[in-house]
Design a binder for this molecule. Structure first.
Ligand SMILES: C[S@@+](CC[C@H](N)C(=O)[O-])C[C@H]1O[C@@H](n2cnc3c(N)ncnc32)[C@H](O)[C@@H]1O
Length: 296
């Protein structure tokens, strides 16, 4: 089965989820996704029974309200999306801007879902007043109500009674984690071809984030971090301090769209970092692979 993915979201880890999950230890109690976005890793982990409970957090409050509605009020959301989507027919562009205006006034999650389904590259962008200001993709109508319905219902079944939603800064959320949990970080900082260059609700302070990682190491709380990457020889993202003692793995994220535009055939590699306490929980055989792959 193709995993359900109701929220279209640029930077989603949907295509790398299998590879990322292969570094999960056994017996994860709670999976924390402090920078959840479309929560691709929580969805995949729920599908493969990789954790008992999921803590899905994002600083973007309407996005978390949308998540809550997907899981707990999916009948309402399905019918609202159906209604909003069909009403665009015949005056698509003008209608998109009306919905965008309504979203900026009311912050209602059903409007956000339509905007994400229909906007350019499913990329959230906000102006300095915090208003959603992404333009419509004029070539398409956005995911059809029948496809959206299937994704919403399937995700709701996967996560119901197993999820806590929060709309906080990541620092607050990870305070609740223990040694039996796993944190998957996908912060907005890195600048790979796939993830970079677009504005979320908030940028990240690199130094504060690194300090949080040191704290987690001190408390033996395992984490996985998607952080930087490279296309060909060009590296993206500030280096992490070696004292964090992380093992680095490079995941092939496929053909780089920027390189293709420049008539070059180059793949983008996204880096994944494993914390020392996670490494201790993984089989020795795998650990050797990390040491080989971490010599970049
Ligand atoms: C790269 S995206 C995550 C994509 C996600 N892995 C997925 O599969 O869709 C980063 C997310 O972090 C959120 N974010 C930015 N700053 C944050 C903060 N300080 N605390 C929590 N979330 C934050 C953004 O709103 C954005 O949704």
């Amino acid at each position: 089965m193709r995993l359900p993915h109701p929220i279209p979201y640029q930077g989603s880890k949907r295509n790398l989820a299998d590879k990322i999950l292969s570094y999960f230890p056994c017996n994860v109690n709670r999976l924390f996704e402090p920078f959840a976005g479309s929560a691709a890793i929580s969805i995949a982990s729920a599908y493969y029974y990789k954790a008992n409970h999921f803590v899905i957090n994002d600083i973007n409050e309407p996005l978390i309200q949308l998540w809550d509605k997907i899981i707990h009020h999916h009948e309402d959301l399905v019918s609202e999306y159906h209604y909003i989507w069909h009403n665009q027919i015949g005056r698509e562009e003008e209608y998109y801007y009306e919905i965008r205006e309504k979203f900026n006034t009311t912050q209602k999650p059903e409007y956000l879902l339509f905007l994400l389904a229909k906007c350019v590259k499913a990329a959230v962008r906000y102006n300095t007043n915090g208003e959603f200001n992404q333009s419509p993709d004029k070539r398409r109508l956005g995911r059809t109500p029948s496809n959206m319905k299937i994704a919403i219902i399937n995700v709701s079944q996967l996560l119901k009674n197993k999820v806590t939603f929060l709309a906080l800064g990541y620092e607050e959320v990870i305070k609740g984690a223990t040694e039996n949990d796993l944190i998957y970080f996908d912060p907005p900082y890195q600048g790979t071809g796939q993830n970079g260059g677009f504005r979320y609700k908030q940028d990240l302070n690199h130094d504060d984030f690194v300090l949080s990682l040191f704290e987690l190491n001190k408390k033996n709380i395992p984490f996985i971090l998607s952080y930087d990457g490279r296309t060909g020889e060009k590296h993206f993202g500030k280096p992490l301090p070696p004292a964090l003692n992380l093992a680095k793995i490079e995941l092939d994220a496929g053909r780089s769209s920027i390189a293709t535009l420049l008539n070059r055939v180059e793949n983008t590699y996204e880096a994944l970092y494993l914390s020392p306490s996670l490494m201790n929980k993984l089989p020795l055989k795998m650990e050797q692979t990390y040491f080989q792959t971490s010599l970049f």
